[in-house]
Structures are given as C-alpha cells and as structure tokens.
Ligand binder design. Structure first.
Ligand code: NCD
Ligand code: ZN
Ligand code: ZN
Length: 379
C-alpha cells in the first residue's frame, strides 16, 4: 500500500511525505515514492502513527450486551485507534489466569483493531502471573467496576518486586492510593504507570518518581461535575468528575501528561441507571483533542505524542508509535476540517450513548490503517 501526499508526523515534525507499507510494515517514507498495488490518496490529510489506547474495556467474555471485540474494535478504528489494550476486570471471569488470557486472545481475533491485554493482579495470583507471562499487569488499588480491589499492601509490594522490570504495571489509584503506589514502585526500583489521573495532585504524586508515567482520560479534561444535573446516572465514573477549578488547573499541566487513554468503559444506559461507573470514549477522544487544536489549545505534535508515540514507549513497543522504516504499518489519517456532531446512537459502541452528546467537533480520523489493511474508512 502506498499512502500519497500526507502531511505526516515523522521524526517529531509534520511534513509532506509518502508512506509505503508492505507485509504490514513501513518500508519507505519520503517524497514521490512509487509502487504498484493499492494507492491511498491522502492529499490534505494528516498522517499520524496508528493511535494506541492503553486503557479500554471491551467486556468480552461476560458482558457482551455492553461491548464485544467486534463492536469495540469497530469503535476503536472509527476513533482512529490501530491498537488497544483491553483491561482484565471482566465479569464474571476476570483475566487473572493464563486460561482466561488465552480465551480472550481467541475471542479478540474478530476485532478489526489490534488488541493486546493487561493481566489482572490479585492478592495471591503470583504463580498465575509467572505462568501466563503477560505483557503487562494491572492493579486495582481503588474500588471500581469488577471485584479486583487489592487491599493488602504486601501483595502489591510483592507483585511490584516480582513482575519483570522491563514490563509495565498499570495502576488504578485515586488520592492517597496513588502516593502509595508510587512509593512502592520507587522502593522496587521499577517503572509504573498511573492510569486515568483525574487531577493535579495525583499528577504531582506521579512526578515524584522518575520511572512513573501518567495518562489522563479525555473526560477529565473536557467534562466537569457541573456538566450534569445532581443525581444524573450518566455522570458516574471512576475516578469521579472534578470541579471546574480542578479541571482548569489540570489544563495548565498539559506538558506533564505523558499520554491520553480513553478508559473506554461502555455500559448501556439501563446499567448506568443501576449505578454502573464508566463512559464510552473510543470514538470521541481524538476528535475532542483535534477540536481543541483547532481552537488553539494545543499543537498537533502534542496530540501525536500523547496518542501514539508515548503510549508505545510506555508499553515498551519499539516498532510502534512512529512513522519510520521498519515500524508497524499502522497509520491514522485525519481530516482537521471535518465537522460532526456527537450522537451516541450513531456510534459503533454498543453503549449507544456518550457523555459528549450533542457536542459539535471539528476534526476526526477518516481512515485507519491497521498493519497495512484499511480497517476503517469514512464514506
Ligand atoms: C471502569 C469499568 O467500567 O470497567 N469504570 C470506570 O468508571 N472507569 C473501570 C475502571 O477503569 O476503573
Ligand atoms: Zn480504573
Ligand atoms: Zn478503566
């Protein structure tokens, strides 16, 4: 496949380039490349290295009325994502054994998006972790969907010590737990990643350890408590939405945010009414930031780094996150001028609602190429 005339993010800058992809890998980047085979005319479009979402819940197996690997994969590629990392808090069967991980791997083959997996840590599954050799570990130090809370600090410490240092540990922690997690990672001398950081004080805790990184979810930058009426079940999310003051303080810290991850946590409205925590987010994340770019709130390099380059680095993926010879042939083509309005019932996610309902946004992914194949194309 040859992508012609895109304004491509190459080597930290945007410049006009053609991108040649053969056998799922990038084999050429430059001007006026020639090739037989499929040509994608990308004149007027931006080419980003395929987006990577390090935090999604695709709900399969167990709760496939909320999402599955097919619908979730479709939502991902429609949002511009070429790779997502699925979380282990499935109900009723969390991903805490090799058998559960193998089952998910098979189920995920029907996804148009590349899917990788976080493995769940429990207070006593040390042997299962060794046996499954997952690429990353997820620890829940705060209460949320699924029954995976780790209360015993000793087992958190032991996982931090035993899990291979080259691999990533993801932590759900709010408030004081965040400081605790960072302290234990520091003690173990290992890297750690705090996901869905909701405010400046958790970001400060992360900055206290050089091997710690943080992602922020779009809803913690683009929504606040007062966007919903008191008692509106749609506003339920972990960590909770913050005050308008806290959100504007977080905006002042954009440079300290390593990555954006959606925490795509689909629940149908019927489940929200019963108190379910979480928002669908795969199809609105990039557009929210592109729209913010069009209003001058950040530059495109910031977006390319937080949506692709840094997630690859955080997850230890050497040949992802860059448009470069030898890297994976996953590319997201973006139209900065494309305007659209968010309607939950038109989205691919089975949740069929969005906390951003009715929002008018400028900019979106128009083609998502996953390992050399067009996985999504608008029109
Ligand atoms: C997530 C879910 O529903 O799985 N919910 C949420 O409110 N974020 C779990 C989580 O990421 O904490
Ligand atoms: Zn969480
Ligand atoms: Zn989550």
């Amino acid at each position: 496949m040859l992508i012609k005339n895109a304004i491509a993010y190459v080597d930290g800058k945007f410049a006009q380039n053609d991108i040649l992809i053969e056998n799922g890998k990038i084999t050429g980047v430059g001007r006026a490349l020639d090739a037989r085979g499929e040509i994608v005319d990308a004149r007027g479009l931006i080419a980003l290295p395929g987006l990577i979402d390090m935090h999604v819940h695709l709900r399969e197996p167990g709760e496939t009325w909320k999402e599955d690997f097919k619908s979730g994969g479709d939502a991902a590629v429609a949002g511009g994502y070429a790779l997502v990392y699925d979380m282990p808090n499935n109900i009723p069967k969390p991903t805490i054994t090799r058998e559960a991980l193998d089952e998910k791997r098979k189920l995920a083959l029907k996804s148009r998006c590349e899917v990788r997996f976080h493995f769940g840590a429990t207070e006593n599954n040390f042997e299962e972790v060794r046996d499954a050799k997952p690429e990353s570990l997820k620890m829940y130090l705060g209460m949320t969907t699924g029954n995976m809370l780790m209360k015993d600090e000793k087992s958190v410490e032991r996982h931090m010590k035993e899990f291979p240092k080259a691999k990533q540990i993801f932590v759900h922690a709010e408030g004081d737990e965040a400081g605790k997690a960072i302290g234990l990672a520091k003690k173990a001398g290992r890297k750690v990643h705090l996901t869905h950081v909701p405010n400046e004080s958790v970001l400060d805790a992360v900055k206290g350890w050089k091997l710690a990184t943080a992602d922020v979810a779009p809803h913690h930058l683009f929504l606040c408590k007062s966007d919903f009426d008191e008692g509106d079940c749609r506003a339920l999310v972990k960590p909770g939405l913050e005050t308008i003051k806290s959100v504007s303080d977080l905006w002042k810290r954009l440079d300290g945010i390593d990555a954006i991850a959606t925490d795509h946590a689909p629940h149908i409205l019927e489940d929200k009414k019963k108190g379910a925590f979480g928002f669908p987010g795969l199809e609105t994340a990039l557009p929210l930031f592109l729209d913010a770019y069009s209003r001058g709130l950040m530059d495109l390099e910031w977006i390319a780094k937080r949506f692709s380059e840094n997630p690859a680095r955080i997850m230890g993926l050497r040949d992802y996150g860059r448009i470069e010879k030898g890297c994976v042939g996953s590319i997201t083509l973006v139209d900065l001028k494309r305007e659209w309005t968010v309607h939950g019932n038109e989205l691919c996610t089975k949740a069929k609602w969005s906390p951003f309902e009715g929002k008018q946004l400028r900019g979106r992914a128009v083609k998502t190429i996953v390992k050399g194949e067009v996985a999504f194309s608008l029109d």
